[in-house]
Design a protein around this ligand. Structure first.
Ligand code: HPA
Ligand code: ZN
Length: 325
């Protein structure tokens, strides 16, 4: 119900958030204790996730995700995150969910989707937030797993599973190696996005655009280095899932003032704001919106535009969008 939202803040919508990456260190320790998993090499003495670069981040992420062991754990982390962000003013959220991580604990695809979607429904009932699932393949797990995932989506359609994406190590293989997986996901009726131009440069964004037929790019911020590429993104009305806090934490830019958020908007690109893996990157949605205002000078109307763009680019059905807009 809407009245639980703080009235003064601009409503927010998040397109780019990794479900496993929303787990706070405190919650991770609780899950670790529940299942007898030692996370002392993952969470430091100050109670923060410890990693120093992208590769270390990905491996800390995998170790933390290994503490999410049961369908109940998936329910808990989903409800925990979406009930929290709903109360901070998020009205719509899409979550990257990684069935390959869950499968390491023997959690089958359909069980995973049932748990996550049940929590999303409960968060909607309790806090009014609307949430949907994007299946995410992990690049460095390989092409075959990505194709298997697309096949599962095809076999077992679910109203909350609305998109297909790809994350992990951006330097592993090339986007076009995954074109069959993307074609299969598209056949299954899913919206398409992929991480590109986060760590790697414009050449991988270009390959992503040419070979994956998607409507959104995860990050894509390094398109700023290539005017012709920006023109193409503009022409195709591609939506960028920009996560400034993540980019700073991973050292893509030294600080927010150096981040191209403002320049991307000024170049006419369709930009949205997300938190990616909030506790890993010491950020959250409200902070992203506030810093866009305080560091980049965006006004409330501009922040509202980020939200509207996110809803326009959302992978939920048209009726759901219309209610949100
Ligand atoms: N980038 C790429 N892959 C990921 C991320 C990220 O920020 N988080 C989880 N998987
Ligand atoms: Zn991401």
């Amino acid at each position: 119900n809407a009245q639980k939202r703080p009235k003064s803040s601009v409503p927010m919508a998040e397109l780019h958030c990794h479900l496993e990456g929303t787990v706070s260190p405190v919650m991770a320790m609780r899950l670790g204790a529940r299942h007898g998993i030692d996370l002392s090499d993952t969470i430091d003495a100050n109670g923060q996730y410890s990693w120093k670069n992208f590769q270390e981040f990905l491996s800390a992420y995998d170790r933390m995700a290994a503490a999410i062991c049961t369908p109940e754990d998936y329910y808990d982390i989903t409800y925990d995150y979406y009930s929290k962000v709903a109360q901070s003013g998020v009205i719509y959220g899409e979550s990257f969910v990684s069935p390959d991580h869950a499968l390491q604990h023997g959690i089958a695809y359909r069980t995973l989707i049932d748990s996550v979607s049940a929590a999303m429904k409960d968060a909607e009932r309790d806090f009014g937030i609307v949430c949907r699932i994007i299946l995410i393949a992990v690049r460095h797990y390989g092409v075959e797993k990505a194709e298997k995932l697309a096949d599962l989506a095809h076999k077992y359609p679910h109203p909350f599973v609305t998109g297909f994406g790809m994350g992990g190590d951006e330097q592993f293989l090339w986007p076009h190696d995954f074109s069959k997986a993307y074609a299969m996901a598209s056949d299954a009726g899913l919206g398409l996005t992929a991480h590109a131009g986060e760590i790697c440069g414009p050449e991988r964004i270009r390959d992503t655009l040419e070979s994956l037929k998607l409507s959104r790019i995860g990050h894509g911020v390094r398109a700023i280095e290539d005017d012709a590429l920006m023109a193409e993104l503009r022409d195709r009305e591609i939506i960028l899932e920009v996560c400034p806090g993540s980019n700073i934490a991973l050292g893509v830019y030294p600080d927010l003032a150096a981040h191209p958020l403002r320049a991307l908007v000024d170049n006419g690109l369709r930009v949205t704001l997300s938190s990616d893996d909030p506790p890993f990157f010491h950020t959250h949605m409200q902070q992203e919106y506030e810093q866009a205002q305080s560091v980049h000078g965006f006004k409330d109307a501009d922040l509202l535009r980020f939200t509207r763009t996110a809803i326009e680019g959302a992978f939920c059905d048209a009726d759901t969008k219309e209610k949100l807009l």
